[in-house]
Design a protein around this ligand. Structure first.
Ligand code: ADP
Ligand code: MG
Length: 494
């Protein structure tokens, strides 16, 4: 079936993302990011997070973190040892359906506060009892916990521990919370139960990734950039305050200016939504047209775990439906079986983890890949040639995603000037794609080297490390930074 491999190679070439295009992407990213720092409602949101310092690994203490973002509510406590290590204790609770959609915000937040209470009673009873003896006593500081609140819904943030809910997503619908400060809502519920807890910070998971890496990375250097390549993709980095010019026009914004810096949440999934520089194949265009949000998150739709499987599925299906190719169709040389209920025929029917399994199998007869094709798509008895065709497409789609991932990294590094001035720049990454897709970081590095203002010398200065658990240890670290924020302390003591 040489025609099959020729066609696979032809499609693969459509996914090539050569160095000159990487360069154009980087130049455009720098433009769009500068615009985002100056104005509201731009393609790159460049959201100020009000986090004005990153940890260096010497931080100590016991902090709480909670995470509300989907079906579960997670409560954890993090003991920071001050030597880049920590212990984390956690519990997870399913949120009752009726609280997600039909009750009042008070019902929901009291439920959350009760979970925090139960957690403290089980895991930190000493603090708990000590505080209960003197309820409501603001001077009882030693037994107060600072808490980082990861809240994964759209909020308009005005300070490190305040932000108003713009709208609910993901099946939540409690209208009376919209427009209210979610930190204040959680704090009142906590106060109603007399818990020794102060909501110190509102946390975005990408910022948590940056903070977690900054604490755990070797040496005392702070991390400059945190990036997620999981279900979605996004990044956060440390920006100079004077470059965030839109802060001056944000009414009600309050923050610590002493470090001269602030972490920016780039929201880079929406980079180049108008497709001025992003590559597009027919499969990208069809995926977008059939999605529930056409025209937005265009960068994310070419890069992240939620979408790569669907791109591959569309490419495989197109080849399968071409009678001249015979992919997944039985013939003299192939006894392949592709049943009607295969995920191949269903939108989102192919999970991105299959790409990692296929890419990883370098053996001559690809036995592991064949098992994976059965487990994921119910396709049996693939011939070696069919396997090769699939591998060619997987490799092309995965490599394009990794090279695209280099675009925001290179742009932010160049914009910061860090590659000129420092010996080493630390980058923390999280997400199944970068963790499990073979050589994802290798392809990122190759693309970085090809960018003129990065080059070999610049790429060598970039240290990339995995950063796990932004909403646990990362959120705890943001609570710590917030508790040291002088402007907030004086505000709460008034
Ligand atoms: P989240 O981003 O939701 O925190 P993950 O980082 O685990 O969670 O990312 C989940 C996404 O990664 C899903 O889209 C899934 O299809 C994809 N994925 C899961 N396992 C792998 C893998 N081994 N290789 C590549 N992608 C994977
Ligand atoms: Mg994650």
């Amino acid at each position: 079936m040489p025609a099959l491999l020729d066609e696979a190679e032809r499609i693969a070439r459509e996914f090539e993302y050569p160095a000159d295009q990487v360069q154009r992407g980087v130049d455009e990213y720098i433009n769009q990011s500068n615009e985002g720092l100056a104005k509201e409602n731009t393609t790159l949101s460049q959201i100020p997070t009000f986090v004005t310092a990153v940890p260096n690994g010497t931080e100590k203490g016991l902090y709480l973190a909670v995470d509300l973002g989907g079906t579960n509510f997670r409560v954890c406590s993090v003991q920071l040892h001050g030597d880049t290590t920590f212990n984390l204790t956690q519990s997870k609770i399913m949120i009752p359906r009726e609280l997600m959609a039909s009750g009042t915000s008070k019902d929901l937040f009291l439920f959350l506060a009760r979970q925090i209470e139960a957690f403290l009673r089980i895991h930190h009873n000493e603090h708990f009892e000590a505080h209960l003896r003197r309820p409501g006593d603001a001077t009882n500081k030693e037994n107060m916990f600072d808490l980082g609140f990861t809240f994964s819904f759209p909020v308009r943030q005005l300070g490190i521990n305040s932000g108003t809910l713009i709208r609910w997503t993901k099946g939540f619908n409690i209208p009376d919370a919209v427009g209210h400060d979610v930190c204040a809502l959680l704090q009142s519920a906590i106060d109603e139960l007399y818990l020794p807890v102060r909501v110190a910070a509102l946390v975005n998971d990408t910022v948590g990734t940056l903070m977690a890496r900054s604490y755990t990375s070797p040496g005392e250097t702070g991390t400059f950039l945190g990036a997620i390549f999981g279900t979605g993709t996004n990044g956060a980095y440390v920006e100079k305050l004077d470059k965030i010019t839109k802060l001056q026009t944000m009414e009600g914004a309050h923050y610590d200016t002493s470090t001269g810096e602030m972490v920016i949440n780039a929201e880079w999934g929406s980079f180049d939504n108008h497709l001025s520089v992003l590559p597009s194949t027919v499969f990208d265009r069809e995926l977008d047209a059939d999605s529930n949000n056409p025209g937005v998150q265009m960068f994310e739709k070419r890069v992240s775990g939620m979408f790569l499987g669907e791109i591959l599925r569309r490419a495989l299906l197109a080849m399968h439906q071409d009678p001249a190719l015979g992919l997944f169709k039985p013939s003299k040389t192939s006894k392949v079986i592709c049943p009607e209920n295969s995920g191949l025929y269903r939108q989102w029917g192919l999970d991105t983890s299959l790409l990692s399994l296929v890419e990883a199998d370098k053996s001559p007869h690809m036995a592991e890949m064949k098992t994976a094709m059965y487990d994921h798509l119910k396709i049996e008895n693939l011939s070696d040639v069919e396997c090769k065709a699939v591998k060619i497409l997987v490799h092309a789609i995965g490599k394009r995603a990794a090279r695209l991932s280099a675009v925001p990294l290179a742009a932010i590094l160049i914009h910061s000037g860090k590659l000129q001035t420092e010996n080493m720049v630390d980058v923390g990454v999280d997400g199944s794609l970068v963790e499990f897709y073979p050589n994802f970081d290798g392809y990122i590095r190759e693309a970085l080297r090809s960018v003129s203002k990065v080059g070999e010398a610049g790429e060598k200065k970039v240290r990339i490390g995995i950063s796990k658990d932004g909403s646990g240890v990362g959120a705890a670290l943001i609570a710590l930074v917030a508790s040291k924020d002088e402007t907030l302390k004086s505000a709460s003591e008034k």
